[in-house]
Design a protein around this ligand. Structure first.
Ligand code: 4AD
Ligand code: MG
Length: 480
């Protein structure tokens, strides 16, 4: 360790260079007995203890050692006699870099509720929980890129502003520079988007898939990983208006290849997190155990966080068709006893999250891949099966989460795709560029979308999606 240069807490906690002089910079978590400062610099959720010789330190300076203050300490690294830590720093020089008024600083050294922390989301990074969550989020993002890079996929940057609705669901945020108070109109009285910035009506992308398909039909294997936007008014613990999605697209692949790719990806990134985020996951596991103690016994999970993650790695995901799932649900206890909010009585019904969770958490007790959904509850681009009723779709359902992945084999046959677009009122002329992939050298291909925040939810054991993205965007929520 170089003298005078800042050493990160993470490094110091693993050091045995007793007697050497070190400099630590960080924020005060607590200051006890006028003597012990717990310093955190973000490099780890663990703090280093710095011990002040209070008899020989200016009292006014000691008073400024309040929770949240930024400090710089130089001193000797010594073996700690206290329990819970191997090393500590005997302070020689102490400098306050930034004061933090104890009366006004909203974070006190005690447990705050996640709801409260959401209201002060600009400060919540300073808690152990959010330090751990965002470290795990980082590790998962890194692992996603590593996974695809190892397999020769090209990372494709698809546009954020688009003129198309990739999902055909109409849940888009409009992008415009038109003046609301003086909107240009066509002769017919409609808003004249020809005069808008892009000369057409544009919106924030709901998915990079359509552009991804264009590239896959030349590069072979691509993936996107970027923000996507949905103006759906879903105030749930699983939905965001702005979320990150990973969308691979693979030429010459069918639904079976697609399912295998998704299962491999999920297992790879979860294994990476287990390997690289041991401290964070241990902390989050204990956090969850504490939280679950507040629940009645029968609502607590059978497995703790680590056991749940390992279980997911050790077991093959259960694969079954939508039709098989409907049979299971129809004959299930909650359906017979009318416990489901939406009762399953006939084939064709869309599955609600209560049904997905029943299949995963109660019936199979492991991740499930459902395939071959009725065409009417899925998007226009999915490949029609020979029965003419179902499409080659797949959704992966995870315990505690519900749908984490949605994907399909794509309809590569031009005539069938055009027919389906017509039936679903998707404007084929506007999507001429998409249809060109089917006109020139069409080939079977498949892909899926993995909701990144739902993945982070699963791995961290957090329960609200707003707590796994730094700045959540949801209905009436865009303050920070
Ligand atoms: O099922 P979705 O809508 O599929 C697509 O967008 C396809 N274009 C994907 C593809 O085939 N390339 O979304 C995919 C995943 C969902 O399974 C879910 O995990 C996540 O994205 N997701 C959301 N996550 C957070 N908030 C929302 N509002 C989400 N909507 C979808
Ligand atoms: Mg879906």
């Amino acid at each position: 360790m170089e003298t005078g240069k800042r050493t990160k807490v993470k490094e110091l906690l693993n050091s045995t260079a007793y007697g050497s002089e070190v400099t630590v910079k960080g924020w005060v978590r607590t200051f006890r007995n006028n003597q012990f400062i717990a310093v955190n610099d973000g490099s780890t959720i663990n703090n280093i203890q710095a011990v002040v010789d209070f008899a020989n330190t200016d009292e006014a300076l000691l008073k400024r050692l309040t929770t949240g203050a930024a400090i710089s300490i130089t001193g000797e690294l010594i073996e700690s006699l206290g329990k819970g830590q191997k090393v500590e720093v005997k302070v020689k020089q102490l400098e306050i870099l930034g004061d933090s008024d104890a009366e006004k600083f909203p974070l006190q050294p005690k447990k705050h509720s996640l709801e409260f922390l959401r209201e002060i989301a600009h400060l919540r990074f300073r808690t152990n929980t959010f330090n751990a969550v965002f470290k795990v989020r980082h590790a998962l993002a890194f692992a996603v890129h590593q996974f695809f890079n190892e397999r020769g996929f090209v990372y494709l940057h698809t546009p954020i502003i688009t003129a198309s609705d990739a999902e055909g669901a109409g849940e888009m945020f409009r992008v415009t520079t038109l003046d609301f108070n003086n909107t240009p109109r066509t002769e017919g009285g409609d808003v004249d988007y020809k005069q808008d910035f892009f000369g057409r009506s544009t919106n924030l992308t709901v998915s990079g898939q359509l552009e991804g398909e264009l590239a896959a039909m030349a590069l072979g294997e691509i993936y996107t990983f970027g923000p996507t936007f949905r103006a759906e008014n879903s105030n749930t613990t699983r939905h965001l208006a702005e979320f990150w999605m990973i969308e691979p697209e693979v030429a010459f692949a069918d639904l079976g290849d697609n399912m295998q790719l998704a299962e491999d990806l999920l297992k790879y990134v979860i294994a990476h997190a287990i390997k690289n985020c041991a401290d964070e996951l241990e902390f989050l596991k204990n956090r969850l155990l504490e939280e679950e103690k507040l629940k009645p016994q029968d609502e607590r999970s059978e497995l703790d966080l680590m056991a749940k993650l390992n279980f997911c790695l050790d077991n093959n995901f259960e694969r079954l068709t939508y039709t098989e799932a409907i049979e299971i649900l129809r004959n299930s206890n909650p359906n017979k006893k009318k416990k489901f909010k939406y009762l399953i009585d006939s084939w064709g019904a869309d599955l609600q999250s209560e049904h997905e969770r029943y299949l995963v958490e109660k019936h199979f007790k492991k991740p499930v891949i459902l395939t071959d959904y009725p065409k009417d509850i899925k998007s226009f681009y999915m490949r029609m099966n020979d029965d003419g009723k179902t499409v080659a779709a797949m959704d992966i359902l995870f315990p505690g989460i519900g749908e984490i992945v949605g994907g399909s084999q794509r309809e590569e046959r031009l005539n069938l795709l055009e027919k389906r677009m017509g039936e679903m009122h998707i404007p084929a002329e506007e999507l001429y560029w998409y249809l060109d992939t089917r006109r020139f050298g069409t080939a079977p291909h498949a892909g899926f979308g993995l909701g990144f925040e739902r993945l982070v939810l699963f791995v961290t054991g957090m329960t609200n999606i707003r707590d796994v993205i730094p700045f959540p965007r949801a209905p009436k929520t865009a303050e920070f």
